[in-house]
Design a protein around this ligand. Structure first.
Ligand SMILES: [Fe+2]
Ligand SMILES: [Fe+2]
Length: 291
């Protein structure tokens, strides 16, 4: 069983797990009764904050009419929620593989809450897409490593990918929850998700830090450097998926492939990407993986 963990969890980690479980229990809600789900959502309003659109700041943005931006905001929000739903499926598979296995006795009680909450998130994001856009975009892949690596390295990568995915998603959720110009249903799904994710991210940070200490004890500096490169590639992959050819096409933009390439290459995007990934980069600098 390759997922076996030999890690020694600290007292502090065990206490944090207990605390997060208490908060999960106190914050528990019935997602199937939480949302209003109106018949339709204001078709003339932006569904995604202007500054979160993938075209924000670019030369291409200036070529779009207000109507096109509104249309794009609808399809980019569908892309974001589709990414989240697909990402959740993949991360649930990995957490399921580890719950109640040797080495995971301490985090396992929290995994139950995590799994339950993520199933509900997947439901409400998919529900939003299906109700208001009639579709979920297909999975453009969330790669979790195969079992070629040592188990402790594999565990570190898997939980890092979950943390990175949650931190980047939360950048969008937090901003959209706070944006009073967005329709209430849009704000509500983002707000509820942001609240639950703040616990998952707190847990993930502690878990990944502990797993990284194990990796550093058992692997050469070169191997540690290599896994750092791997995770940087994963961050890039998530960023790339925010530029959705499907969304450009559904928004009626001519030649969406060419449009996507131009938007990604626009120099205005680099500082925006730096902000989106700032929390993740700071975290990996703090634990000593990124320099
Ligand atoms: Fe979630
Ligand atoms: Fe989560």
């Amino acid at each position: 069983m390759s997922a076996v963990s030999t890690i020694e969890w600290t007292e502090e980690f065990a206490r944090a797990v207990d605390r997060l479980i208490d908060v999960s229990v106190d914050d528990y809600y019935n997602p199937y009764r939480t949302f209003e789900w109106p018949e339709s959502i204001a078709p003339n309003d932006l569904w995604m904050s202007r500054e979160l659109l993938s075209v924000h700041g670019t030369a291409a943005e200036k070529e779009l009419s207000h109507e096109q931006l509104v249309e794009l905001s609808r399809w980019e929000s569908v892309n974001l929620y589709s990414l989240i739903a697909h990402g959740i499926r993949e991360l649930l598979i990995e957490v399921m593989r580890r719950i109640h296995t040797p080495g995971y006795e301490i985090p396992t009680p929290y995994f139950h809450h995590f799994i339950g909450e993520e199933n509900e998130h997947m439901w409400f994001f998919a529900e939003f897409c299906l109700r208001y856009a009639g579709r979920i975009y297909p999975d453009r892949r969330m790669v979790f490593p195969t079992d070629e690596r040592a188990p402790e390295m594999n565990n570190f990568i898997v939980f890092s990918q979950i943390l990175i995915f949650e931190q980047i998603g939360d950048y969008f959720n937090a901003k959209m929850a706070a944006d009073t110009d967005l329709p209430e249903t849009v704000r509500a799904v983002n707000r509820i998700h942001h609240r639950d994710e703040s616990r998952h991210i707190a847990f993930g940070g502690k878990l990944v830090k502990a797993l990284f200490e194990e990796v550093r004890r058992t692997h050469s500096p070169e191997e540690v450097e290599e896994v750092g490169q791997y995770l940087r590639g994963y961050i890039d992959l998530i960023i790339q998926m925010l530029y959705s050819r499907d969304a450009y096409q559904d928004a009626g933009i001519p030649n969406p492939t060419k449009f996507r390439a131009a938007v990604i290459a626009d120099p205005a995007r680099a500082p925006i990407t730096a902000r989106i990934t700032e929390r993740t980069n700071n975290f990996y600098r703090r634990i000593g993986l990124f320099h």
